[in-house]
Write a protein that binds this ligand. Structure first.
Ligand code: ZN
Length: 158
């Protein structure tokens, strides 16, 4: 496994539409493993393939509850409710913004075995799914903030 370079806001690759994945390959499995390692190393709760420069419809999510989720060609098939909350992104380090998202989503995708799965998310998981899926269409959360971006206060050293 290897840690990949996280692409930052301003990089064109973050604004492109990603292509569906047709089959699992050794190379793709390696990408998935690397994405997990990269996400954990950066203390993120989700990472989309374009964030490491790969224009494929693939995201990994681990909000720290339940199993980590590998979602291939994910599609949100149902969204309801509403939540307003803080969001950040590994491609926009040190920043946050307030984004309104559905409070509950149902998402269909393929897992690492290319088998169909249905994932249901509420609260933070719903937010993470929406945020990561947006990346696959070149959308960043900063496009959707209620009142722009602000700096995250850094913890004081002591
Ligand atoms: Zn992001």
């Amino acid at each position: 496994m290897a840690i990949r370079n996280i692409r930052l806001d301003g990089d064109d690759v973050l604004r492109k539409e990603c292509k569906p994945i047709e089959k699992m390959t050794g190379r793709l499995q390696m990408l998935i493993d690397d994405m997990y390692e990269t996400m954990y190393e950066a203390n993120g709760v989700g990472l989309a393939a374009p964030q490491v420069g790969i224009l494929k419809r693939l995201v990994v999510i681990d909000i720290g509850e339940g199993d980590p989720l590998t979602l291939i060609n994910p599609v949100i098939v149902q969204a309801d409710g509403e939540q307003e909350g803080e969001e950040g992104c590994l491609s926009l380090p040190g920043l946050q913004g307030t984004v309104v998202r559905p409070n509950h989503v149902i998402c269909k995708a393929l897992d690492e075995n290319m088998e169909e799965i249905t994932v249901e998310g509420e609260g933070l998981l719903a937010r993470a799914i929406c945020h990561e899926l947006d990346h696959l269409d070149g959308i960043l959360y900063k496009d959707k903030t209620l009142d722009g971006l602000y700096s995250v206060e850094q913890p004081k050293d002591n």
